[in-house]
Ligand binder design. Structure first.
Ligand code: MBD
Ligand code: FE
Length: 313
């Protein structure tokens, strides 16, 4: 039976009470946001005639998501991370801070505290002898084309099975995670291995939500970056290795045309030797342009829960 009660005075008064409108304490912003959120959900329950079974199944699913720390994984799948990017892009546009390499989402798999190196680093621990060697390099410049020396380039990516160290206990600590400080010419160089795409774990609560929408949980092969330097806007971004079947079908909606990079297979002994490598390798070049800003709050990454990062308030 379909009943409609949302617009009755009893329900509206009840919502005001639930949101704490008649209480002196608490936060005005929290009250207004919770009131709006609950009103939208109460109305949804009325409009879709949500049954108690459906409601409690959803509560169970949310408990599962929380137990597995999966809200940070479901969020990009539901487009929230990309939506926040779209809003920050629009804010930059409005402030006259647009330009430079575009941002894209951070994702939930960053780990703070990776080893730091000057100019060049090896990112892989050498244990994966089956994967392709990657030489990842580029120059950090400002939007006028001037090299940025001493920039912090933080890089993290998956292994050839799509797993990230720390979250994948089979990998060594900080495998495929490094911070590289650019040299006098603004350049960074890294030896690593070509990553594979990522897939949401089969049967996980996030996977169940995606399946209910008829969607998959695959991401194309990608490499994450944080880039920062004094006087420049902090940049959170990723590159995608071109040619991946999921390039334009990313469950996390992070692909951007400007961030697609074509790897170049180099099978030349002299080229390998010049980079301290032994055999054929794939060179991936990603130059980064940072916008200038004197605003300190724009020069560092925004706060969010991150693995091994102190929640410093
Ligand atoms: C990833 O590697 C990732 O980058 C995102 C956004 C979500 C899940 C896994
Ligand atoms: Fe990722």
């Amino acid at each position: 039976m379909t009943v409609k009660i949302f617009d009755t005075p009893e329900v509206q008064d009840f919502l005001n009470t639930v949101a704490g409108f008649d209480q002196a304490g608490g936060s005005e912003r929290a009250k207004r946001i919770v009131h709006r959120l609950l009103a939208d959900l109460y109305r949804l329950i009325d409009d879709f005639d949500v049954t108690p079974e459906e409601f409690w199944a959803t509560i169970g699913l949310m408990n599962e998501l929380g137990k597995g720390s999966q809200f940070g994984l479901l969020a990009p799948g539901l487009g929230f991370d990309h939506y926040l990017d779209m809003r920050m892009d629009a804010e930059d546009e409005a402030r006259g801070l647009a330009g430079g390499t575009p941002r894209t989402i951070e994702g939930p798999l960053y780990v703070a505290g990776a080893p730091e190196a000057e100019g060049v680093a090896r990112m892989d621990d050498g244990s994966d002898t089956d994967s392709e060697v990657m030489w990842l390099t580029g120059q950090v410049r400002d939007t006028d084309g001037r090299p940025v020396a001493g920039a912090r380039v933080e890089i993290w990516h998956a292994n050839a099975k799509g797993g990230y160290s720390h979250f994948d206990p089979s990998q060594s600590e900080y495998n495929l995670r490094r911070t590289i400080i650019t040299d006098a010419e603004g350049r960074y160089r890294a030896r690593s291995i070509i990553p594979s795409g990522y897939g949401v774990p089969e049967g996980s609560p996030t996977d169940r939500v995606l399946k209910a929408l008829g969607r998959h949980g695959q991401r194309p092969a990608h490499i994450h970056y944080f880039i920062s330097a004094p006087g420049h806007k902090h940049l959170t971004t990723q590159i995608n290795l071109a040619g991946d079947p999921y390039t334009w079908d990313d469950f996390a909606f992070a692909t951007r045309e400007e961030l697609l990079v074509e790897g170049r297979l180099i099978d030349d002994a002299a080229e390998a030797e010049a980079r301290g490598l032994e055999g054929p390798f794939t060179e991936v070049v990603f130059d980064i342009e940072l916008s200038r800003t004197e605003a300190p709050e724009l020069q560092s990454r925004h706060k969010r829960p991150r693995a091994l990062e102190q929640a410093a308030d």
